[in-house]
Design a protein around this ligand. Structure first.
Ligand SMILES: NC(=O)c1ccc[n+]([C@@H]2O[C@H](COP(=O)([O-])OP(=O)(O)OC[C@H]3O[C@@H](n4cnc5c(N)ncnc54)[C@H](O)[C@@H]3O)[C@@H](O)[C@H]2O)c1
Ligand SMILES: N[C@H](C(=O)O)[C@H](O)COP(=O)(O)O
Length: 341
């Protein structure tokens, strides 16, 4: 998608994430790198004081301008980092507390509303600590499910995808204990999520006929039932049904070889059975440019692949690559939707 096409979209709404984590300083860093890294215009939801202090801790100077609207943010972005709203907190790196979690929640709510109302062209969420947010009334496993609900989409139909330059992976089950995974797998779940993912890869990523590789659950894809029967009972029938409806699905593939370089060339996205099966290869290959994108929503939503990294907040060691990649991917997907509907 061209820079000209992205220039025509409204600014992205960016939530702060936990104010004691690395989110606010990476917002500042992304603004500093906006021209070189071709970051589309965005507005931070709150944090005038917070972002200024977080930027100072990295040794970067960022002019910050409070704005009253998204239109104003677009006009300001070239000369200053626009901030909308008066949410704020002092910067206490590595010292998360309930007040900060409440601020992160409010910023997320406002940013999501702006995207749902169509005022922002996309939503980019900063990293939050799920346990801390739960303590202040956030009753969702993660931001994915919160955003889905705000869009009127069931959590089942909001599909998490991790995307980097070398790989795209989709965890079929996400924030659940590993012991529960086999009981959650079904032909219907695989088909439903694979369909949503295939449609989104076409609509948002321009891949005309996405190739979906479906991973096995057990070692050696179960070795003909010797090490587990989920492949025979669930995954193979799901692949067959997907192929019958015209989706280019293959599998079940033994997961140990699926992410080898020669295998990665054979598919556009790997559908994985559980969180770490999908996220370990992605983060091993593309940690500093990995994006968490939610497929199947009426809005575009992305996030950096990393978490709050409290231990390095304010030290200047946090890499801004994944935040920049999340902003760029959100801008590209929004521009593609604006161009093609
Ligand atoms: N996008 C999100 O909202 C998101 C994603 C993952 C984890 N989390 C949350 O973050 C918290 C911490 O989780 P975690 O420790 O498993 O993951 P983490 O990504 O915060 O940290 C994992 C490791 O990577 C390092 N790291 C992370 N981001 C980095 C960056 N940009 N540059 C350099 N190093 C970086 C950290 O210092 C740490 O060593 C948890 O509460 C979890 O719920 C949030
Ligand atoms: N599992 C995700 C990751 O590590 O990137 C992460 O926890 C974010 O999930 P939400 O976007 O649903 O908060």
């Amino acid at each position: 998608m061209s820079v000209a096409a992205e220039a025509r979209i409204a600014p992205l709404a960016v939530s702060l994430g936990d104010p004691s984590g690395i989110g606010p300083e990476l917002i500042a860093e992304a603004w500093v790198q906006r021209t070189r890294a071709r970051v589309p215009p965005f507005v931070a939801i709150g944090g005038v004081r917070l972002i200024a202090s977080a930027a100072a801790s990295r040794g970067i100077e960022v002019p910050i301008e409070p704005v009253a609207s998204l239109a104003e943010a677009g006009a300001v972005f070239g000369r200053a980092l626009p901030v909308l709203g008066d949410l704020d907190a002092p910067f206490r790196p590595g010292e998360p507390n309930a007040e900060g979690a409440a601020l992160a929640f409010s910023s997320l709510q406002t940013a999501t509303d702006l995207a749902v109302r169509g005022e922002a062209s996309a939503l980019v969420t900063g990293p939050i600590a799920k346990a801390l947010l739960a303590a202040v009334g956030f009753h969702h496993p993660g931001q994915t499910e919160f955003v889905a609900q705000a869009c009127g989409v069931t959590a089942q139909d909001a599909v998490m995808m991790l995307a980097g330059p070398q790989l795209r992976t989709i965890p079929l089950t996400v924030h659940v204990a590993l012991a529960r995974v086999p009981g959650l797998l079904s032909v219907d779940l695989i088909r439903r999520r694979a369909r949503i993912a295939a449609a989104a890869l076409t609509r948002d990523f321009g891949i005309v006929r996405p190739r979906m590789a479906i991973a096995a659950l057990n070692p050696h894809a179960g070795e003909s039932g010797k090490f587990g029967d989920e492949e025979v009972r669930i995954i193979a029938p799901a692949v067959e049904a997907l192929r019958a409806e015209g989706i280019d699905a293959t599998g079940p593939h033994p997961a140990d070889a699926l992410f080898a370089p020669h295998e990665r060339r054979s598919y556009d996205a790997a559908l994985c059975m559980y969180h770490d099966q999908a996220l370990i290869p992605l983060k091993a290959l593309d940690f500093d440019s990995g994006v968490n994108v939610t497929l199947g929503l009426p809005i575009v939503r992305t996030s950096p692949d990393h978490g709050t990294a409290f231990a390095i907040a304010g030290t200047g060691r946090a890499n801004a690559g994944a935040t920049i990649a999340a902003l760029r991917m959100a801008g590209e997907c929004a521009a593609r939707r604006a161009a093609h509907g």
